[in-house]
Write a protein that binds this ligand. Structure first.
Ligand SMILES: *Cc1c(COP(=O)(O)O)cnc(C)c1O
Length: 396
């Protein structure tokens, strides 16, 4: 099997697993307990918090554990929105190609009377910071722009956007789930007020993540109950998850420059190989993108059919359209960068990592070439393109 879907989730690091095991066996105490057995659990949790803070370049007291990226996004956005509402500021700026954890939270706020501006992301999938500046109003309470896109991998000018927000006294949140562990991120030097991350996107366990909130940013609790996480997130802590996340993050941060170099070279070879397929195009900027992200649109094919045939060949990949989730809508990300519906349906996302080999890259290129050809051979849509009944979108 070749695993090329690391943007969906990653394999658990064996060091992270080893570090987690004691907390699933011997050290089962509740960190809130007063006896020394519980205090040992608490010490481990606080040590993990400090190590995570060091990786992000912040203070341990600015780290709140959550159940993952989705919860952190919800908490960051709802906290800022409600703080804004108390000052009669009910305008929020974001982009059209955010993760659904952000977009659906904004939908909810819209129902509650907030006004939402979703910025355009041009053809290359990169937000223009000037546009952010132009969209800010006196009643803007929050700007939320993702660090790197989960479908097309494009990296956003976060530091520039944060600067513009601060100059106008607006809170800035970034969903950095795809970036953390893959790109060097430092919340202080980049001026980030709030940041979401998720352990399972950098070889940590699933079901655990972090909301970073700069000191002074008022955070509200989404889950009511006990006083865990300084009253900002009730519920007995997922200690094994927290410890596994800390180990995986340290590992990822230690290896970041070597991995970036290695994975970027593999990615570029994959892009070169797939670029040879006629009537296809890379989605998103070719350079300013995550080291491991490759995303193509091919004319005359259905993404789902391509995935099933690649699965037969032992390749795990993903497509933009959300057919598996019961809707046949093409990806909102591909539409946001201006892809027409018919080609947005024919997309393929391959997300590799430092464990991918160059042999695997060659196998993927060969398999995608063959599969695209097979599918086109069976497609009436493709026949129309070849006979000139329909117009091509891409060049040969
Ligand atoms: C995976 C992902 C999320 C959701 O994280 P979970 O931990 O699975 O809830 C949010 N945003 C982005 C960009 C993601 O890639």
């Amino acid at each position: 099997m070749i695993y090329a879907d690391n943007a969906a989730t990653t394999a658990l690091s064996s060091n992270a697993l080893q570090a987690m095991l004691p907390f699933l066996t011997d050290v089962y105490a509740n960190p809130s307990s007063l006896y020394s057995f519980g205090q040992k659990a608490k010490e481990e949790m606080e040590s993990a918090r400090e190590r995570i803070a060091r990786c992000l370049g912040c203070d341990a007291r600015e780290i709140y554990f959550t159940s993952g990226g989705s919860e952190a996004d919800n908490q960051a956005i709802l906290s800022c929105a409600h703080a804004g509402e108390r000052m009669n500021k009910k305008h929020i700026i974001s982009t059209a190609f955010e993760h659904h954890a952000v977009l659906h939270t904004l939908d909810q706020l819209k129902k509650e009377g907030f006004e939402i501006t979703l910025l355009d992301v041009h053809n290359n999938g990169i937000v223009n910071p000037e546009q952010v500046g132009k969209a800010i109003r006196d009643d803007t309470c929050l700007v939320t722009v993702m660090y790197a896109n989960n479908e097309i991998g494009t990296i956003q000018p976060i530091k520039e956007i944060a600067e513009i927000c601060h100059a106008r006294n607006v809170c800035f949140h970034t969903d950095a789930v795809q970036a953390i562990g893959h790109l060097p991120v430092s919340v202080k030097s980049e001026g980030i007020d709030l940041l979401s991350l998720s352990a399972h996107k950098f070889h940590g366990p699933k079901g655990i993540g972090v909301l970073y909130a700069r000191r002074g940013i008022p955070i509200e609790s989404l889950i009511r109950g006990g006083a865990q996480e300084r009253g900002k997130r009730a519920g007995t802590e997922n200690l094994a998850g927290i410890v596994g996340m800390a180990v995986a993050l340290e590992e990822a941060c230690d290896g970041i420059s070597g991995n970036m170099q290695k994975v970027t070279a593999l990615r570029n070879r994959l892009i070169d190989g797939l670029s040879q397929i006629p009537y296809g195009e890379l989605n998103g900027d070719p350079k300013q993108r995550l080291p491991g992200n490759v995303n193509f649109c091919f004319e005359g094919i259905e993404g789902e059919a391509l995935l099933l045939l690649l699965d037969d060949k032992g390749i795990c990949a993903s497509s933009g359209s959300a057919c598996t989730s019961g809707s046949l809508d093409p990806s909102h990300v591909l539409l946001a960068i201006g892809r027409p519906h018919e080609v947005a349906h024919g997309s393929l996302r391959l997300t590799i990592d430092e464990h991918t080999t160059s042999e695997e890259i060659e196998t993927i290129i060969q398999a995608v070439k063959e599969t695209v050809e097979t599918l086109r051979g069976m497609s009436p849509f493709w026949r129309d393109l070849m006979t000139g009944k329909r117009k091509h979108v891409f060049k040969a």
